[in-house]
Design a protein around this ligand. Structure first.
Ligand SMILES: Cc1cc2nc3c(=O)[nH]c(=O)nc-3n(C[C@H](O)[C@H](O)[C@H](O)COP(=O)(O)OP(=O)(O)OC[C@H]3O[C@@H](n4cnc5c(N)ncnc54)[C@H](O)[C@@H]3O)c2cc1C
Length: 397
């Protein structure tokens, strides 16, 4: 149990901070998903990392148990939980494997939230409900080869033609792109209007003109499948636009990314927790100068610092998730969560690698995988620099 590693005092009856902050439902969910991840996901990790092929059966398996999208209502097939529940899910998945966590997290957030919040009844029935159940895999395509942080300048175009839209453009770095049944594509119907000309469109796999042009070879998160997608005169029904009128896409994207930034706190915490656990274990086993290196004060100081950071990462993530659940505007705090947890994780991973010495640099030691995986987190879903910009703006600086 994490808590035993974190808080050996628990045995002496001292209340756990983490448990203290969770509801009974949260705790039950955490224990269930932790057990599921240990039994059903952990045995799949090595092969998925080696082959770069995501174990797709997990979508259905998790969907059947309400684990895939735990935040959505029961009547849609979700878990009936809240944002904190989703954070618990993501932390537990990332403790086991970041790549698998990424694919499932994209389904629970990016690929479903725009449909849940803004989709028509028909779109919900056709795409959202099957996605929540794991019968359809979704992805979300905002980034382009020439447009990353400056999303309002995207170059993909959607032109209305009778009862259709015709989409042209290229999307880059799309999680689940190679395996998706549908993709939510950000495109402009009116480039002169910049952000206010952007809308979101659902494109189904098999639509003529839509192709996965390249599966990308990544440094980390290798078990998540990532692609470049090309849309060439790709004609979709007009009813596949999300929202009641053109030009609403940028707000829908902002709303989706805000929620994702909170989830990212959990993603960083899960990877940090895994790195911490591996490092404690290694430091107990590695003997130098006649004693386990955990007995050197330097090692214990670093581990103490790591444990402190992780507790703050988790508590702050849950606090902001709770605020989100209460409908509070957390635009500033969501960026603070993403910035703080992703940057602090870099320190934690650096300490972990240092304590592992030369063995940490060897592929057979699992710490290197977390180091490679976690390096991504200051970049995706808004870089640290973009988070600083948002925080500064919200502070009125
Ligand atoms: C593995 C992976 C999975 C991904 N999954 C998806 C996905 O599913 N869907 C999707 O749409 N996208 C996805 N992305 C894209 C990701 O969100 C972008 O990489 C990210 O938004 C940054 O864009 P960029 O890479 O083009 O960097 P750029 O925007 O080119 O930034 C390069 C550098 O310049 C800095 N910079 C840029 N603008 C400013 C500024 N105004 N002030 C200060 N510094 C600035 C950045 O912070 C960064 O350090 C994924 C990326 C990766 C690597």
């Amino acid at each position: 149990m994490i808590s035993r590693i974190f808080y050996p005092q628990e045995e002496k009856g001292i209340e756990l901070m983490m448990d203290f902050e969770l509801t009974e439902e949260n705790r039950i969910f955490r224990d269930a998903i932790r057990e599921f991840a240990r039994k059903e996901i952990a045995p799949l990790v090595d092969q998925a990392e080696e082959t770069g092929v995501f174990p797709r059966q997990l979508f259905r398996k998790m969907g059947e148990q309400g684990f895939l999208c735990p935040r959505y209502p029961l009547e849609l097939g979700g878990g009936g939980g809240d944002k904190v529940t989703e954070c618990i899910l993501v932390e537990e998945l990332n403790r086991i494997n970041s790549g698998i966590g990424a694919a499932l997290m994209a389904q629970a957030g990016l690929a479903t939230q725009p449909l849940y919040r803004y989709g028509s009844d028909a779109q919900k029935e056709k795409f959202l409900v099957p996605a929540i159940k794991g019968e359809k895999i979704g992805s979300f395509a905002l980034t382009e080869p020439n447009v990353g942080s400056d999303a309002a300048s995207l170059q993909t175009r959607a032109v209305r033609d009778g009862d259709s839209y015709v989409i042209n453009g290229t999307k880059m770095f799309i999680t689940n792109g190679p395996i998706c049944d549908y993709v939510i594509v950000a495109a402009s119907t009116n480039p002169a209007k910049k952000a206010e000309g952007i809308s979101l469109f659902i494109v189904e796999k098999g639509t003529p003109g839509f192709q996965v042009s390249k599966k990308l070879n990544k440094v980390g998160n290798r078990s998540a499948e990532t692609a470049e997608l090309v849309f060439e005169d790709c004609r979709i029904p007009a009813e596949n636009m999300i929202g009641t009128s053109e030009g609403r896409g940028f707000n829908q994207i902002a709303d989706t990314l805000l929620s994702g930034r909170i989830t990212y706190g959990a993603r960083c915490t899960g990877t940090a927790q895994a790195a911490y656990e591996l490092t404690v274990q290694y430091a107990k086993e590695r003997v130098q100068f006649g004693k386990p290196i955990i007995q050197f004060q330097n090692t214990r100081f670093k581990l103490a610092e790591m444990a402190t950071y992780i507790d703050i990462m988790r508590s702050y993530t849950h606090r902001v998730a709770r605020m989100y659940d209460h409908g509070i505007n957390v635009r500033k705090e969501a960026s603070m969560v993403k910035l703080f947890t992703a940057e602090t994780l870099q320190t934690i991973l650096s300490y972990s690698m240092q304590i592992h010495g030369g063995y940490g640099y060897m592929m057979e030691y699992p710490i290197q995988r977390h180091w490679r995986d976690g390096r991504l987190y200051t970049v995706t879903e808004g870089t640290s620099e973009i988070q600083r910009l948002v925080i500064g703006k919200e502070l009125g600086l």
